[in-house]
Design a protein around this ligand. Sequence first.
Ligand code: AMP
Ligand code: TRP
Length: 339
Amino acid sequence: MTRLSGAKYHLPMKRVFSGVQPSGNLTLGNYLGALRQFVALQHEHECFFCVVDLHAITVPQDPSLLRAKTEEVAALLLAAGLDPTRMTLFVQSHVPAHAELCWILNSVTTFGELGRMTQFKDKAKGRKSVSAGLFNYPILMAADILLYRTHLVPVGADQKQHLELTREVAQRFNSRYGETFVVPEPLIPKVGARIMALDDPTSKMSKSSEVPASYIALLDPPDTVRAKVARAVTDSGREVRYAPQEKPGVSNLLVIYALCSDKSIQEAERDFEGAGYADLKRAVAESVIETLRPLQARYKDLTVSGEVHEVLAAGRRRAAEVAGPVLEEVKDKVGLLRA
Ligand code: AMP
Ligand code: TRP
């Protein structure tokens, strides 16, 4: 498939797939690391975006909260600019092919490979009980991606290792059973792939954090954004300069400012020549507020219109249409007797 771009040359249209977990509050890190890319990609490629509720239940969730968050995340993705006429948005558990392919890929993935996943090690740390689902999590993610014969997977830097495993599983399946899956490429932004926590710039901003001051939620009102940014940890010295090792707090704020005001890091640094940390924080807060303002307004409209349900129903049909035949082909190749 090709698509005319700039009326001068043809860009090959690719398949894009990505997922977001409906756990916690979507953060500015999710937006800058992932959602912004989703919105841009829908204009160039055939995109599938999925609210991955089956991934979320690998750690304990309150059932009614999970249901509410699944809807909220879908609405936030639309509010961020995903257009139902340009992409497919759906809920993972609505398309059973994901869980079925996951089971089949369980037998193509090794225990050793899963044990090396750093996200598993991080998430398992400090838990009294670790579910088998948490261990197998990357296989379900591989199933999500491979079912759509995805070329590109826009994600933040924390998902790089999972993508490498997905590629490995795809190649192994293809060599064992014959060409079936596309081997996908990760698409990780150069700037913003790892937005750090405001209270600890050495760890990533995470929506599952128990400390709300560590993240900016996409639905935080302006005064909350101002208060959180004002309390953000900075570094010794006074100079506003991008130096992630030496000045992780200031560098994180500069990255946020640059992305939210559509500037390069160098331009952002220039804006604060001779200025202090307080000036930086004020500017960061205002740039974030302006970035979130249209998203929050659209979110409000969406929650009253009830449009999300229709979008998810159409998304489920379209996703099943694409995933179904791929799953059938896989079942056939591994030798399952057809019904
Ligand atoms: P999750 O919140 O784990 O469902 O992540 C959804 C998407 O947001 C994934 O592509 C993540 O890589 C990305 N993401 C999550 N946290 C951050 C962060 N702090 N900085 C950049 N990207 C992030
Ligand atoms: N594991 C991803 C995360 O936590 C979410 C995810 C699930 C995903 N399935 C996916 C991302 C498929 C990209 C493609 O961020």
